[in-house]
Ligand binder design. Structure first.
Ligand SMILES: Cc1ncc(C[n+]2csc(CCOP(=O)(O)OP(=O)(O)O)c2C)c(N)n1
Ligand SMILES: CC(=O)[C@@H](O)[C@H](O)COP(=O)(O)O
Ligand SMILES: [Mg+2]
Length: 622
């Protein structure tokens, strides 16, 4: 086995070019057998095997730097840089990360998980090398999907201006998670075949010989000329206009071809863009045929490509997606926006049912929220469904474009809280803190999937900015009310009366709090439970009333403690001269949480039922 002989990239360089295709096949088998058991980002990795091999064959990390965009395609890179033995632990609790991480290997030049950062980071490294008078190569590897993110263009813009040595490898498989969208990606993926080129040349020749002397034909001529010239405008011309030299399209599965191009690129001066065409899911039929299904997978049966039957409990995502369709069918002003994640956010139901009112903006969260604000300014009711962690990109748009102008945009944040295998880049544990301080924003979190339906209805009726957050994964299987009702704004619910203390919980922590109260009751402790429902406005009457009655409050949230829900409750008590009330806040501590199952991570930070019960017992001893 060739793969077993490789502990680091230097070992790879000992192989002959002729051995590399065999190694590529070994790597594919290895990825398939491992990922079919552990789950992971399969399609992108199968597509990037030759690309990764050729990069490591031609360049020398860690001196040369390879900056992977998103990092979900870096499995081959991990295998070649000393992590084969630990690979089966990827994305598992206490295992290696599914993404490049600087603390994991000196070969991981830059930590990632969020898209479109590679060009900026690589440019920073290229400039640093230049200032230090070092002559290393810096390579950004970015997918066509990630190139739809605005920050990628900001990087290209500066790189073309600075003219430092920087190689950008555009890994173009015409796919984001779903089919890639946008005028730019359609243009970039346009392949200029020799035949196409010959035809254009012929047309141009005919055109030039037909130049009319004068008269109305000149207009016709101008139109024909414009069309022909448009045909001549290649993706290369576009990148060249941005100050890059361009080589492409290059077959991203042809190892000798890639090696030749990369060896030449090493000697090149200035910014260079290599346009590499790959097939997402390459080498595994089910993944090639349905790349959207094999972008990120759980364990599956390798022989059939089928995943084991899913839990029959419907996910929050699906409840959200289906409810939005129901509400939009009744209201023609409701429109839906995703930033390249129609399936992940459940908006696939909306795009199927109401395609004219569905918009995929690409990996462009900032633009997506500002676009929503524009729609709202002109009388529509946009619902932007974006994962909590990716919403971090659009904070200023929520402030400047939505809240400051009091526009009725609904921001639906899926994956709020601890998401599991993707780890710290993807946990949505900051949104309560970075949004609750915005004046005019109403911010809700449901205790279960049924409440989510009512909250969505409430949000759409509100005619003001609203944020909703709900967790990744299955709900509780509670019955779903047919008729959706508007909830009273800023009102929580008292789920359980108690005399020793009150647990005030929000969103995903409410049901564990109820369970904790039941456990505590068995030990003779009487804990009340409040479902806060609203982070903003807080239900001051209910919370202050409970604080007065029991004198002790425990807050629980799946968010960082700093500036989160518990902090809001502390502010409320302080503002009402009730600082004597004893408060214990439970939530995510001031540290980044690694990957693991959601259940394990919630247990670790003490916000599952057992953790809450234990914290209450300790609190009562003080
Ligand atoms: C800011 C941000 N938004 C959304 C995502 C979710 N996401 C991860 S990979 C991906 C698609 C990337 O497409 P591309 O760069 O073409 O890589 P491919 O999967 O095709 O190899 C998306 C939307 C993300 N990681 N970061
Ligand atoms: C790489 C990336 O950002 C996404 O593919 C993410 O892993 C999706 O995770 P979900 O399974 O939560 O949709
Ligand atoms: Mg792609």
């Amino acid at each position: 086995m060739l793969l077993e002989t490789i502990q680091n990239p230097a070992d790879l360089k000992k192989l002959t070019p002729e051995q590399l295709p065999d190694l590529a096949e070994e790597i594919r088998s290895f990825l398939l057998s491992t990922v079919s058991e552990t789950g992971g980002h399969l399609g992108s990795n199968l597509g990037a095997v030759e690309l990764s091999l050729a990069l490591h064959y031609c360049f020398s990390t860690p001196q040369d730097k390879i900056v992977w965009d998103v990092g979900h395609q870096a499995y081959t890179h991990k295998l070649l840089t000393g992590r084969r033995d630990r690979f089966a632990t990827q994305r598992q609790y206490k295992g290696i990360s599914g993404f490049p991480k600087r603390c994991e290997s000196e070969h991981d030049a830059f930590g990632v998980g969020h898209a479109s950062t590679s060009i900026s980071a690589a440019l920073g490294m290229a400039v640093a090398d230049n200032l230090d008078q070092k002559k290393n190569n810096v390579i950004a590897v970015i997918g066509d999907g990630s190139l739809t993110g605005g920050i990628a263009f900001e990087g290209l813009n500066q790189a073309g201006h600075l003219k430092k040595n920087l190689i950008v490898v555009l890994n173009d498989n015409e796919m984001s998670i779903s089919k890639n969208v946008g005028a730019f990606s359609a243009f970039v993926s346009r392949k200029m075949t020799t035949r196409h080129f010959r035809e254009l040349k012929k047309e141009m020749k005919e055109l030039l010989t037909s130049i009319p002397a004068f008269g109305k034909d000149i207009l016709k001529f101008a139109r024909r000329a414009e069309n022909s010239l448009k045909g001549f405008l290649t993706p290369g011309a576009l990148f060249e206009a941005l100050g890059f030299d361009y080589i492409g399209p290059i077959d991203g599965h042809d190892l000798p071809g890639l090696i030749e191009v990369f060896n030449n690129a090493r000697e090149f001066d200035g910014p260079l863009l290599l346009h590499v065409m790959t097939t997402k899911g390459k080498g595994y039929r089910p993944a090639e045929e349905t790349p959207d299904k094999f972008h990120g997978v759980g364990a599956f049966d390798l022989s059939t490509g089928k995943a084991p039957a899913k839990s029959s409990t419907i996910s929050y995502t699906e409840v959200f997606g289906r409810t939005l369709v129901d509400l939009a069918k009744e209201d023609p002003k409701v429109v839906a926006i995703t930033a390249a994640m129609p399936d992940g956010t459940g908006l696939n139901f909306f795009s199927d049912a109401l395609p004219d009112r569905f918009f995929d903006v690409g990996i462009a969260e900032q633009h997506g929220i500002c676009f929503a604000a524009g729609l709202a300014a002109d009388g529509f009711k946009p619902v932007a469904a974006i994962y909590s962690s990716f919403m971090q990109r659009a904070y200023d748009q929520v402030f400047h474009d939505v809240c400051l102008q009091n526009l009725p945009v609904v921001i639906a944040m899926d994956r709020a809280g601890l998401v599991g295998d993707d780890g710290p880049t993807h946990h949505g544990v900051f949104d309560l803190s970075f949004m609750r301080h915005l004046p005019g924003l109403t911010f809700m979190a449901p205790k279960d999937e049924n409440e989510l339906r009512h909250m969505l209805k409430t949000a759409l009726e509100l005619k003001a900015p609203v944020a909703l957050r709900y967790p990744r994964g299955a709900g509780y299987g509670v019955p779903l009310d047919k008729k959706m009702e508007c909830l009273p704004i800023g009102k929580g619910e008292l789920l359980r009366e108690g005399t020793d203390l009150t647990i005030v919980a929000i969103g995903s922590t409410v049901m564990p709090a109820v369970k904790a109260a039941e456990q505590l009751a068995e030990q003779g402790i009487s804990a009340g439970v409040v479902n806060a429902r609203f982070i903003k406005p807080l239900d001051a009457d209910l919370i202050l009333g409970q604080a007065r009655a029991t004198g002790r409050i425990v807050t629980v949230e799946e968010n960082v403690l700093q500036g989160g829900f518990g902090s809001a409750v502390l502010e409320l008590l302080q503002d009402n001269a009730m600082s004597q009330v004893k408060v214990k806040r439970l939530g995510i501590p001031d540290q980044y949480i690694e990957q693991g199952t959601q259940a394990q991570l919630r247990k670790d930070v003490g916000i599952d039922a057992d953790g809450i019960a234990a914290a209450v017992q300790a609190f009562l001893k003080n």
